[in-house]
Design a protein around this ligand. Structure first.
Ligand code: SF4
Length: 244
């Protein structure tokens, strides 16, 4: 049974072009030190997080059918749940469009969802540069691990990027830009590695409620710096914007 740890009943910004709600699933296989969702990620906080039953969730969806067009599924990391396809099937049965937010660590499940037409939009986080395909250098591997807070299989991340780009569905890549984790050059490197692609968003870090409390002391980069980076990398994408 999928565990639901939160529901935002309406959002005008999380599903591009759609009036949507967002469901937060419990659990994540990453530990990004700058993550704002400790209550969905850390076992000791998960224990304290109130749950929403599937019944209440689907009752809500049935009631809101006329008002909402889409459902955003985020976490935590939704693709750690094997029950995700069945969960989404039930949402789609009610005629909702579905957007999936993912860290890209489960390309197999991602492919299954896309092949079975269960998702209409996917947003994937790119945590750090990955390094060249053939020779992922130790340095770059470490930089992804540092950003994700765990050892990451970069081949899975690369595979997810390719699956998404080849999927034919609408998508975006996005990076939360965090001082001490990313330099300007890192972001440019990420852009080169994922390009060409449809959309890439740079999200400014907010120093609040982070998994690693030390990150609450970090001053975010200025918006001007992010805009300057955006100017340099826009050529790689159809759409490239700064958020936050
Ligand atoms: S930011 Fe990182 S730790 Fe937090 S939910 Fe996303 S992938 Fe998991």
């Amino acid at each position: 049974m999928i565990e639901i740890g939160g529901l935002q009943k309406i959002t005008l910004i999380d599903f591009p072009g759609r009036v949507a709600a967002t469901v937060f699933l419990i659990g994540c296989n990453f530990r990004c030190p700058f993550c704002y969702s400790a209550e969905l990620v850390l076992p000791e906080k998960i224990k304290l997080q109130p749950r929403i039953s599937e019944k209440d969730f689907f009752d809500f969806l049935k009631k809101r059918k006329k008002l909402l067009e889409g459902m955003v599924i985020c976490g935590g990391e939704p693709t750690i749940h094997n029950e995700l396809p069945d969960f989404i099937k039930k949402i789609k049965k009610l005629s909702y469009l579905v957007k999936l937010d993912t860290n890209g660590s489960n390309p197999e499940l991602l492919k299954e969802l896309i092949n079975n037409k269960l998702i209409d939009y996917v947003a994937m986080d790119i945590k750090a540069p990955m390094g060249a395909k053939a020779q992922s250098s130790k340095f770059k591997t470490q930089s992804y691990d540092k950003a994700a807070g765990v050892k990451v299989d970069l081949n899975k991340i690369r595979k997810s990027i390719e699956i998404i780009k080849d999927s034919g569905i609408d998508y975006e890549f996005r990076t939360t830009v965090v001082p001490t984790v990313h330099t300007k050059e890192d972001i440019i490197q990420i852009a080169k590695e994922i390009s060409p692609a449809k959309k890439f968003f740079l999200q400014n870090f907010r120093a609040e409620k982070t998994i690693n409390p030390e990150f609450e002391k970090i001053k975010p980069y200025s918006k001007d710096l992010l805009l300057a980076i955006k100017e340099e990398i826009s050529k790689f994408f159809d759409v490239c914007q700064v958020r936050g």
